[in-house]
Design a protein around this ligand. Sequence first.
Ligand code: SIN
Length: 276
Amino acid sequence: MTLLTDTTSVDLTKPVGTELHGVVLTELDEAGIDELKTLIADRGVLFFRDQRMTLAEQVEIGRRLGELHVHPAAKAPEGFPEVLVVHTDENSTYTAGNGWHTDVSCDERPPGLSMLRLEETPSAGGDTVWASMYAAYEALSPSMQEYLLTLTAIHSGDKAYVGRYSRRGADVDYPVNVHPVIRTHPIGGRKALYVNSGFTVRIKELTQRESDALLAFLFDHIAYGIRFQVRFNWEPNSVAIWDNRCVQHHASWDYFPETRSGFRVTTRGEAPFLTA
Ligand code: SIN
């Protein structure tokens, strides 16, 4: 099964997010996987319904999408080191992704694609919102765009993980890395804003106060940019695959004390780069 020939698709908003109908992810051939990667780089996030699969099958699809990433902080299920459990219930004091972020941007080679499949969803709510970082960049004035091209930012795992994950003790050194504030997507060459409130702590070339002010502005630009966001309402066996190089996302924890549960596999991307 190749993807585009056997599929109908609906763009959920103009800048970001497409829902595909008629795809069985476990049956995609190599051409279909290649088409998928190209389409995600363009649309930022793709949505699929009714995708029944085992955890092993999900991991296999992840492997076909790229080298798999192992989360630096979360505990993986037995036998599946590359799987992130996304589970929230009445006993949870924290839920993954409940704030604007790009997955694990503190890594030297941060995630490329993330594939989340939910098995259990609440009776209402539990949506996830994605924002296009191409559109966020393009919505800035030419002068601001030009200025941001000259900057790099520090991304720290401490900001996201300390006190939230228990796989490792308090004395762990989570990754800290510097990435360009604007990055070039390796497929298609578009420029995307690459700072996020989950991990980015400082613009390296600025004083602390200047950095705080600029980051606050950029985080607001992303959070309030409803014209470049898309919201997805999950059902059991829905899958979203997104490209962390060009979108950020925010899960909505508005269903307490109900349960929302699933699994994420994530590919390793390249070290972010900016080309002229
Ligand atoms: C995540 O950040 O990967 C979790 C997103 C979600 O639960 O919707």
